[in-house]
Design a protein around this ligand. Structure first.
Ligand SMILES: [Zn+2]
Length: 452
């Protein structure tokens, strides 16, 4: 009832994209969004609202210029700088095709990469079956280790769409410039290289990096029976700056604001404490969630967090993914079966055991906390605009947010009422699960592998 008839998540998001715009951490808009979220939690009557401050080095874009030379003339291509690229750089070197930028692509090129501008796909193009992709920041780290002087990432979305996102595995600035070009331009460059043409790329850029204070915005509803046990539901409020980040992650963060409102308005108190967290700094490298988990680990508060539910670009959940030890998946399945009994249209009650990286659940997972996330399928028109100049409110379906709120809310009430929730991952269990999921390599590249 509260979730559906009184829903305001979409209206709040539409207001925010119009009045505030993007929500880049460290920008004026970013801090406006923090204040708006704080006010909206209070407006909904949440009894505990706090701002968790953290300091971060916030990168923001200045100008970028990309010129391709073929010995007879020059061509200027549209490009956007990836985040955490140098503050000033001006590089000109031979362009070389580095395929998908995976170890198998780079190993094949060997020393030839040194000093060159590497052309690298963000997605997988013509990769052998079963190949798993790496994050753009991991590809950048691999290319850097082989001595490239600049990286040009080719987006895989048609229509001249440019993508941003961090090029750095740890949030520090990388030493060489990296930018994204459209799939049409990238394909043409690649074809010319394949014909044996000698191309040079000149990539110049200037950016800014400032030490800023940002805040995760946290609100809480105390549990009626086990107040010391916390179900944490979080998602990042910050966005990139090329558009308003309506789907990444207005969808998740404004669903959480509405979920908090609906649960607070509901007459039934959850039996365990529900903590709503809107993270900042996710896009620059999980800065807000890393800071919060570090604080929780230092104070022992991490033991109270029974699970972390992450809403990042989620909408219309058909079920929930889970990464937890022991009986987690079974218990989530039981709760999902009960949700399906009251919400059978569109909700399949699917439970998938899978873990992945590069969103705010990662620091929690690495601290042993079981993680959950809605299984969503938002459609190609949404995913194509991820981190791009087209991520705007027209992509958001209000019902997808209502369903986020209702189904995640029912999941939380269900989990909060279970007699016991399984314990955290033990160290060995976690290590084994990460290896099984093929995440040891990516975590090592990112410097996040917790073991030797
Ligand atoms: Zn996101």
């Amino acid at each position: 009832m509260e979730a559906q008839e009184a829903a305001v998540g979409y209206d709040w998001l539409r207001w925010s994209t119009g009045a505030i715009g993007h929500r880049l951490t460290g920008s004026i808009q970013g801090s406006m969004a923090e204040r708006a979220a704080d006010s909206l939690f209070r407006l909904s009557g949440l009894p505990r609202v706090e701002r968790f401050p953290f300091e971060a080095q916030a990168w923001s874009r200045g100008m970028v210029k990309l010129t391709i030379g073929d010995g007879t003339g020059f061509l200027h291509l549209a490009a956007v700088a990836l985040a955490n690229t140098p503050l000033e750089s001006d590089v000109e070197a031979t362009l070389i095709d580095a395929g998908n930028g995976l170890p198998m692509d780079l190993d094949g090129l060997g020393e030839a990469l040194k000093g060159k501008v590497a052309l690298v796909n963000i997605g997988l193009v013509d990769a052998p079956k079963g190949t798993s992709n790496l994050h753009r920041s991991e590809k950048a780290a691999l290319a850097l280790a082989r001595g490239v002087s600049a990286i040009l990432f080719v987006n895989q979305v048609e229509g001249g769409v440019l993508l941003t996102g961090t090029a750095s595995i740890d949030g520090t600035l990388i030493p060489v410039p990296a930018a994204c070009v459209a799939t049409e331009d990238g394909t043409e460059l690649r074809a010319r290289l394949a014909q044996g043409q000698q191309l040079t790329a000149r990539l110049s850029m200037s950016n800014h990096s400032d030490r800023v204070k940002a805040h995760n915005i946290i609100a809480e509803i105390p549990g009626s029976r086990w107040p010391e046990e916390v179900i944490l539901v979080g998602g990042h409020l910050d966005s990139w700056d090329l558009a308003t980040g309506a789907t990444d992650n207005g969808l998740g963060s404004f669903s959480i604001l509405d979920l908090a409102r609906a649960m607070q308005a509901h007459t039934t108190r959850p039996e365990r404490t529900v903590r709503f967290v809107l993270f900042m700094g996710e896009e620059q490298g999980l800065l807000g969630s890393r800071a919060l988990v570090e604080h929780y680990r230092a104070t022992g508060m991490i033991d109270q967090v029974k699970c972390m539910i992450n809403l990042d670009m989620s909408g219309n959940p058909r079920g929930f993914g889970v990464g937890g030890p022991g009986t987690w998946a079974t218990q989530v399945t039981e709760v999902c079966d009960r949700i399906r009994a009251v919400d059978s249209v569109g909700f399949k009650g699917e439970v998938q055991e899978a873990i992945w990286l590069h969103s705010d659940h990662q620091p929690f997972l690495l601290a042993g906390v079981p993680v959950l996330y809605p299984l969503s399928d938002l459609g190609g028109h949404v995913y194509g605009c991820y981190h791009s100049s087209c991520d705007d409110i027209h992509l958001v379906d209000p019902m997808a947010m209502v369903n986020n709120v209702r189904r995640t809310g029912l999941l939380i009430y269900g989990l909060a009422a279970l007699d016991t929730l399984p314990p955290h991952f033990k160290t060995d269990q976690l290590r084994e699960r990460l290896i099984q999921a093929g995440l040891e390599g990516p975590l090592r590249i990112g410097g996040d592998w917790p073991w030797e």
